[in-house]
Design a protein around this ligand. Structure first.
Ligand code: DGL
Length: 270
């Protein structure tokens, strides 16, 4: 039984976790949401490189997973090699789905919708140069959409006016027929995004590709452990005391949800 640690700044990694459960239901999952430091998309490379390797090392020492899934485009595009250098188990990162979008777009015009951090990364420029050199590519960064996805999973209404404003610049180009969801929070808003966008847009994310990669890495790892080491656990670091949000993690298959709050509040055990 392989044990995977899924990591994100908040609920976004649940979009990846769900794909992994579909492809590999037998994998034990632990989830850590770094709520305390969100939004990652507003942080510098240096801030993420300073925080994440040590945090992931500590989590791996404690939870003892066999592999780590960095279910966050922002962290993957900035700090993946630093995290890998710190850990002695496989670390699977998220790559914005620019290659599939380039192949899918009939008009050769597509957009990359990510956090402000992700869309300004050189890593993304390089993917565009490598896989979409003849395409027109709009880069659209949004932190508000991250907050709206958090709202949705915390049971708060999604502000559709705000959501529409965030994606409007993309559709100033009427040729855009494909949008890369380059933030793991965004597939959680797919119904709302589709409702606010022109009809017929292809929304492309990396969830399924990551799940396949996890499946193949899990097969390569020899784990002689017949049983899971515990329940699927979600650890919410600095989580605001929100039982509805905890419920959402349960709905995604996390049997135990533990919020680690700041000292002014008490921990919740949902
Ligand atoms: N879910 C994360 C991503 O894929 C980022 C959200 C944030 O800005 O914290 O980029």
């Amino acid at each position: 039984m392989v044990h995977a640690l899924i990591f994100d700044s908040g609920v976004g990694g649940l979009s990846v976790s769900a794909e992994i459960r579909k492809v590999s239901p037998g994998i034990q999952q632990s989830y850590v949401a770094d709520d305390m430091f969100r939004p990652y998309g507003e942080k510098t490379d240096q801030q993420l490189r300073e925080r994440l390797p040590g945090l992931l090392w500590t989590l791996c020492e404690t939870l003892k997973p066999d592999l780590v899934v960095m279910a966050c485009n922002t962290a993957s595009t900035s700090a993946l090699s630093e995290i890998r250098a710190e850990l002695d188990i496989p670390v699977i990162g998220v790559v914005p789905a620019i290659k599939p979008a380039a192949a899918l777009s009939r008009t050769r015009s597509f957009a990359v919708l990510g956090t402000p951090g992700t869309v300004r990364r050189q890593y993304v420029d390089q993917l565009i140069k490598d896989f979409a050199p003849d395409h027109s590519v709009i880069l659209q960064g949004s932190t508000r959409l991250v907050a709206l996805a958090e709202d949705k999973l915390a049971g708060r209404p999604v502000h559709m006016g705000a959501l529409s404003e965030e994606i409007a610049p993309i559709f100033k180009d009427p040729d855009v027929d494909c949008v890369v969801l380059a933030c793991t929070h965004f597939p959680l808003l797919i119904e709302e995004l589709a409702a606010a966008a022109p009809p017929g847009i292809n929304w492309v994310d990396s969830g399924e590709a990551i799940a396949r990669r996890v499946q193949s890495v899990a097969r390569e790892i020899s784990v002689f452990r017949p049983r899971r080491t515990g329940p699927d656990l979600a650890l919410l670091v600095g989580q605001n005391n929100d039982p509805v949000r905890a419920r959402a993690f349960k709905d995604y298959g996390f049997e135990r949800v533990v919020g680690l709050l700041d000292s002014s509040k008490t921990a919740i055990n949902a």
